[in-house]
Design a protein. Structure first.
Length: 418
């Protein structure tokens, strides 16, 4: 038995079949209609719209057989794909290429075959519109033309269906983005208006006068705190804009991830104390990483801010750093957790989980998207595990930097702030 032919562009052809989803659904009405029309025009008992893959051939339309696929060793359609032109075999038993073919020597005992290739817009022969008969015969020129035309139609159906599916996905995504945009505008409006309204009220009372020195000092502290909140929001928006535009400065250097984590925990101590959280750091004396120090500080600040905000009063936030198998920092909390539905979207720009909206937890929905973009900037990864009511773990991993001769492992450093 001769070998089944394989076209020179087989890898690219199979890749396009996969992209077009040609093998996802076996039989479809439109392709079934093409097969039925091919059988009618050519007056044959069997007709297929067939897509050969590596080991099998899959039918999207079939007449005269209940099967939905067959072995690649049935060589008629693979030959058509390889030659990229209409192939007619008038008598398979008299043709040395096919006389020992499984479909000739056994069921369905093929004697006649004619097939036209489906040539895609990229130039690959994706499949075949073909007909079979149990007796030797020839097609008329008009029937040849009809097979070629049906192959063109089948190709167009395949590509148009793919483009329609892609367009539908784009439409859905645009609707999601529109929804996120409105949500973002509402969030930013609230995040800006609330502190601005507070500042305006306290400034007005200070201008009216008549306040004792202690009250004036408390009002000034509130004004300062709300000013910092506004500046933080503006910084977050500008950072996100620069990351999206890929204009954010990036200056990696050999630095100590443990030291950065320790500084981030110290910076978050006051905020944790205010809500009675226990803040725990577990880190070796030194874990060397090749990173932009400023960007890592921003990432850790975002992760700790989220952990504190989404953990009810009296909870625990743990930060741990590991050097093996790669530089890694983890932030765990005992907070409200994230539902599986929301977890799929936490890295989407401006996305805020329903729980955050319901509990009126402040934020713009930019924290985790910023973390993810900065992680990718470093060639690292960020993973999240979370369950509602059981807290959240965020793991950030970086590529290992080149080793320094004589570098020694540091001693573990445990810090607890209650």
């Amino acid at each position: 038995m001769s070998e089944t032919p394989v076209p020179s562009d087989e890898d690219e052809r199979l890749r396009e079949l996969d992209e077009l989803g040609a093998l996802n659904v076996l039989v479809e009405p439109a392709f079934q209609a093409v097969a039925e029309l091919a059988a009618y025009v050519c007056r044959t008992p069997i007709a297929l719209v067939n897509f050969p893959e590596r080991g099998r051939q899959y039918f999207k339309g079939h007449v005269g057989t209940s099967a939905t696929d067959m072995d690649r060793r049935v060589r008629f359609c693979p030959y058509t794909v390889e030659t990229r032109r209409l192939l007619e075999v008038t008598d398979a038993l008299a043709d040395p290429r096919f006389r020992d073919d499984p479909a000739v020597t056994g069921e369905p005992y093929v004697r006649f075959y004619a097939g036209a290739p489906l040539i895609s817009s990229r130039g690959h022969a994706l499949g075949v519109v073909c007909v079979f008969d149990h007796r030797p015969r020839r097609l008329a020129p008009a029937q040849h033309q009809a097979l070629d035309t049906l192959a063109v139609c089948a190709t167009a159906l395949l590509e148009l269906r793919h483009h329609s599916d892609q367009a539908e996905k784009v439409i859905v995504r645009l609707r999601e983005l529109e929804k996120l945009k409105h949500q973002f505008l509402r969030t930013v409006n609230h995040e800006l208006r609330t502190p601005l309204t507070s500042i305006r009220s306290y400034v007005q009372m200070l201008q009216d006068g008549g306040l004792d020195e202690g009250t004036e000092q408390r009002f000034l502290e509130v004004i300062d705190r709300n000013s910092e909140r506004i500046l933080g929001l503006i910084d977050e928006l500008l950072l996100m804009a620069s990351l999206i535009a890929r204009t954010a400065a990036f200056h990696p250097e050999r630095t100590d991830l443990s030291a950065l984590a320790r500084a981030a925990v110290e910076a978050a101590t006051v905020k944790a104390w205010n809500v009675s959280h226990t803040l725990v750091l577990d880190a070796p004396a030194e874990v060397t990483v090749w990173a932009d120090t400023k960007r890592i500080r921003q990432v850790l600040a975002q992760l700790l801010d989220n952990a504190v905000k989404f953990t009810p009063s009296g909870g625990t936030v743990e930060v741990s750093v590991h050097g093996d198998p790669a530089p890694t920092v983890e932030v765990r909390d005992t907070g409200i957790g994230i539902t599986p539905e929301a977890l799929e979207h936490v890295f989407d720009d401006f996305y805020r989980a329903p729980e955050a909206e319901e509990r009126a937890i402040g934020g713009t929905g930019l924290g985790l998207p910023i973390v993810a973009r900065i992680a990718r900037m470093h060639g690292g990864t960020v993973d999240i595990d979370s369950r509602p009511g059981q807290g959240t773990r965020v793991r950030l991993t970086f590529p290992r930097p080149p080793l320094i001769s004589g570098q020694a492992a540091g001693k573990a450093d445990d810090v607890v702030v209650s």
